[in-house]
Design a protein around this ligand. Structure first.
Ligand code: PAF
Length: 282
C-alpha cells in the first residue's frame, strides 16, 4: 500500500489505473478506523480492481470547534488496518493540501439536507458535499462506499452527485454493531465506562419501535413514544427521533406514504455527553 499525501500523486496513480482499464473504488473516511470502516473497505476490495481510502478529518463539516479539535486521530493504526485489508492507496492529505484556499462553494442540497442533522448542525452537510465532491473529482472512482449509520448523509451525497453530474455508483453498506447492539462509531471511544454500558439501550429502544408499528401506531406516534422511551431511561437524551421516507428524508404522517425504499427511523442521542446516531428501517 502506498500512502499518498498530495493531490498530484493521487491524480497520477488513479489516471494510470483508469488508463489501464481498471475499476476504482473509493472509501472516504475521517480516520479513527474501526470494524465498520473495515466492512466498507472489504466490500470495495471485492468490487474493484483498485481501492483508494481517504483519511481526512474535514474541518468544513464541523460546526463545533471543540468536536473538530477532539476528533480522534489515529493515523498509524489506520494505515496498518488499511494495509492489512489490501488497500492499494491510502490518501492522507493535510488541510492545506485539500483547501489551499477556502472552499466557498454552497451546494443547493434541497430538502434532504434541511431536516434532522441538517437542522441540528448548520453547514455540516455543505461541508460534507465540499469534501466528497473534491474527492470524487480527484479520484473519479467507479464506485464510492458509505456506511448506513449516517443514513441521511447518503441521501445528501446522492443529491450532490446529481447536482455535479458525477457518474459514480454510491454503494450504501450496512451498519456494523458491537455484540450488544451499539452501532460502531469513531466517537464511541469517548464514552465513559458508565455511558458505554447505557449506550446499547439506543438499539433496544429502536428495535421496540418496530413493535409499536406492528401494534398499529402511526409514524408520528411511534416517533413520539420512541423519543419518550429514550428520555425515560434517565441516562440517554434524545436530540431527535424522526420517522422519514428513506429517500426524501421527509417525515411521514402515514406508513403508506413511504416510497419504494420504505421508512427509516433516525435518532441522535446524547449518552454521557457523547453525541451518537443510529437508525432503524421498518
Ligand atoms: O462519514 C464520514 O466519515 C465523513 O462525513 C466523510 C463522508 C468521510 C466526509 O468527510
Amino acid at each position: 500500500m502506498e500512502v499518498i499525501r498530495t493531490t498530484e500523486r493521487l491524480r497520477e496513480v488513479v489516471d494510470a489505473a483508469r488508463g489501464a482499464g481498471r475499476t476504482i473504488g473509493l472509501v472516504p473516511t475521517m480516520g479513527a478506523l474501526h470494524a465498520g470502516h473495515r466492512s466498507l473497505v472489504e466490500r470495495a476490495r471485492r468490487d474493484n480492481d483498485v481501492v483508494v481510502v481517504s483519511v481526512f478529518v474535514n474541518p468544513t463539516q464541523f460546526n463545533n470547534p471543540d468536536d473538530l479539535r477532539t476528533y480522534p486521530r489515529t493515523e498509524e493504526a489506520d494505515c496498518a488496518m488499511l494495509e492489512e485489508c489490501g488497500v492499494d492507496y491510502a490518501f492522507v492529505p493535510s488541510v492545506d493540501e485539500i483547501y489551499p484556499e477556502p472552499d466557498t462553494r454552497v451546494f443547493d442540497l434541497g430538502p434532504v439536507a434541511e431536516v434532522m442533522e441538517g437542522a441540528m448542525r448548520p453547514g455540516h452537510f455543505n461541508g460534507v458535499a465540499q469534501i466528497v465532491s473534491k474527492l470524487f473529482a480527484l479520484v473519479r472512482p467507479h464506485r464510492a462506499y458509505f456506511g448506513e449509520k449516517d443514513f441521511q448523509q447518503i441521501a445528501v451525497i446522492r443529491r450532490m452527485v446529481e447536482l455535479e453530474g458525477f457518474s459514480i455508483e454510491i454503494v450504501p453498506c450496512p451498519i456494523v454493531r458491537e455484540s450488544d447492539g451499539l452501532a460502531l462509531s469513531s466517537r464511541n471511544v469517548r464514552l465513559s465506562a458508565e455511558a458505554r454500558a447505557e449506550a446499547p439501550k439506543i438499539r433496544e429502544i429502536l428495535l421496540a419501535s418496530r413493535d409499536l408499528k406492528a401494534q398499529g401506531y402511526s409514524p408520528v406516534e411511534v416517533a413520539r413514544m420512541t423519543e419518550d422511551a429514550i428520555n425515560d431511561t434517565g441516562t440517554l437524551e434524545a436530540e431527535y427521533f424522526r420517522i422519514v421516507d428513506a429517500v426524501t428524508m421527509q417525515p411521514l404522517a402515514r406508513w403508506e406514504d413511504a416510497g419504494a425504499c420504505g421508512a427509516v427511523g433516525c435518532a441522535t442521542v446524547y449518552c454521557g455527553g457523547v453525541r451518537l446516531i443510529d437508525n432503524i428501517t421498518y
